[in-house]
Write a protein that binds this ligand. Structure first.
Ligand SMILES: Cc1cc2nc3c(=O)[nH]c(=O)nc-3n(C[C@H](O)[C@H](O)[C@H](O)COP(=O)(O)OP(=O)(O)OC[C@H]3O[C@@H](n4cnc5c(N)ncnc54)[C@H](O)[C@@H]3O)c2cc1C
Length: 507
């Protein structure tokens, strides 16, 4: 085993998580390099939330829900890294996912439960990886064990920068003779053009590889321990092998540059933006400036066919985790929409109940789809019990991503926008007016109502709300590509055959 597990402490604690981020990583925000991401106001809210949930792993109430004894050390380790071998173990894994998603109201796309599942996916295809490159044999299994025993928090970067799409094609059905058309029908970098910005291996050196180039985006990057790098379906089909890599890299590796987007967490007051303040998980561009990656962190290299063929299996548990998050997110919309309707005493009006019912129909469809995935659970050739295919549910999520915001806006009305600040409420001169306008003369009711409408605003109108919506739409990849690919693999044959049979009969 290439990873030394002697000092591994098992399931993460909040304190250990915070200390793990104080490691000299190169994180930039608004033109400045950040010394300590854990104390910077852009990140302190989310860091606190992550630490709080990690600490739940060690409580009497939740220890057994969130962790289990390691099969190889004395540690208890997170279910996020479990490798279920039967249905009951898959359900135990699911309960931990549910816990993470409930604690974060479905607002965190990169709970550590998501990318840990990719590492379990790499483990699942370990035999195939071992066969592909004997010099990397054992890496997927060893890396999984290392992550599990240290409860590593991961992000992933799987796309090229948009600027690198030198395509003249527009989809799956065109340019079949174009050798650079990827799985999703995108033309990738022109091999004659050495200006390509996408990440590539520039050389092999003793002990590993050196890479240069960019990755489009990695959610949680400044707050993760390591970044998984591989290729999404759009980018897996490459004509040039040096662009194909599956590896992981510690976030403090020299040369790894993390460039943050504008934070959504910094708002005045303590309760005006309850979700943005807690759950702004940050999305950052990544640049690899001659970065060295040791062999033990490399899972696969240079094999475009394998990167394409194995991707589905690698993603399956992560997709499941994401769908559990989606369920909690839409449940949150139902709850907040109900509270708004009750606050305005419109909850018995049929038009309003129609909208509430529409939201519930989405939650129910998601719940039933997840149950369907459970029912279709099966053992892979790698010996891991995985849920059935949930690809279509991901497309459905993108289709309703905007609609759920609309419904909340339509139920909440004007007051979603016009709410006093904490300083307004604290001002003795203003407060009597505010109590009259907002609380119907009741001091306590004013405060409760302001807090509710502020929270709803954060869910459907704030900059954070838009980012969450955009995440839901895009994070599973280009929806157009996904729908096209879903259609492509859907078996239409049996019904077409029956209809053709019908046509053979006289009219
Ligand atoms: C909030 C958020 C968080 C994210 N987090 C992560 C993360 O953690 N890790 C990560 O790796 N990625 C992440 N992503 C990136 C995400 O995976 C991509 O946004 C998604 O794959 C779509 O790619 P794109 O944004 O480059 O859009 P594009 O693929 O450029 O698509 C934009 C539009 O152009 C069309 N288009 C572009 N090129 C072509 C072509 N050649 N042929 C036909 N149509 C084309 C598409 O159909 C689409 O309509 C995140 C994205 C968001 C918004």
């Amino acid at each position: 085993m290439s990873f030394d597990l002697t000092g591994a402490k098992g399931a993460m604690t909040g304190q250990r998580y915070i200390e793990s981020l104080q490691d000299g990583r190169e994180v930039w925000l608004d033109g400045e390099r950040i010394d300590d991401v854990t104390t910077h106001p852009a990140f302190s809210g989310i860091v606190h939330e992550m630490a709080r949930i990690y600490d739940l792993q060690h409580t009497d109430e939740l220890r057994d829900v969130m962790t289990f004894p390691s099969p190889v050390t004395d540690n208890r380790i997170s279910y996020s890294y479990s490798l279920p071998t039967n249905y009951d173990e898959l359900m135990a894994r699911k309960r931990n996912s549910e816990l993470w998603m409930q604690e974060s109201f479905g607002q965190l796309g990169r709970t550590p439960d998501f990318c840990s599942s990719v590492v379990c996916g790499w483990y699942d295809v370990r035999d195939e990886l071992d066969k592909l490159a004997p010099r990397l044999a054992g890496n997927a299994a060893d890396f999984h064990r290392y992550c599990a025993e240290n409860d590593i928090a991961l992000t992933h970067a799987i796309g090229d920068p948009q600027v690198d799409r030198r395509s003249t094609t527009m989809g799956e059905n065109v340019a079949p003779d174009n050798p650079w058309v990827g799985v999703g029908g995108y033309a990738l970098e022109n091999p004659d053009d050495d200006q390509a910005t996408a990440l590539k291996v520039t050389k092999e050196v003793t002990g590993g590889i050196v890479l240069k180039g960019a990755k489009q985006l990695a959610t949680l990057a400044p707050l993760a321990n390591e970044c998984l790098v591989y290729l999404s379906a759009t980018f897996a089909g490459r004509s040039q092998n040096e662009y194909v890599q599956w590896f992981s890299i510690p976030m403090n590796t020299p040369g790894l540059v993390t460039l943050c987007r504008e934070p959504l967490s910094q708002n005045p007051g303590s309760y005006g933006h309850p979700f943005s303040q807690r759950f702004d998980e940050q999305d950052a561009m990544m640049y690899f400036n001659d970065v060295f990656v040791p062999w033990d962190h490399v899972m696969m290299l240079y094999d475009s066919d394998a990167a394409t063929r194995l991707l589905g299996r690698v993603n399956v548990l992560a997709g499941y985790s994401s769908n559990i998050r989606l369920y909690e997110r839409i449940r949150t919309f139902v709850a907040v929409a109900t509270m708004l309707a009750e606050a305005n005493e419109i909850n018995e009006i049929r038009d309003v109940r129609d909208k509430l019912g529409e939201l519930v129909s989405y939650v129910e469809m998601i719940r039933l789809a997840i149950r369907g995935m459970d029912a279709d659970a099966h053992l892979t050739s790698g010996g891991v019990m995985v849920p059935g295919d949930g690809f279509a549910l991901g497309i459905f999520a993108a289709q309703i991503s905007k609609r759920v915001l609309d419904i909340l806006q339509q139920i909440g009305g004007m007051e979603l926008l016009a709410q006093p600040s904490e300083n307004d409420l604290a001002n003795r001169e203003l407060r009597p007016y505010l109590d009259k306008i907002i609380g119907n003369g009741d001091y306590a009711a004013t405060e409760k109502r302001v807090r509710l409408f502020r929270l709803a605003h954060d869910l459907c109108m704030s900059a954070f709300a838009t980012r969450q919506e955009v995440y839901e739409y895009w994070h599973r990849g280009d929806v157009t590509r996904n729908r096209s690919n879903l259609y492509g693999r859907y078996d239409r044959g049996q019904v077409v055959e029956r209809i053709n049979k019908l046509f053979t009969k006289p009219m």
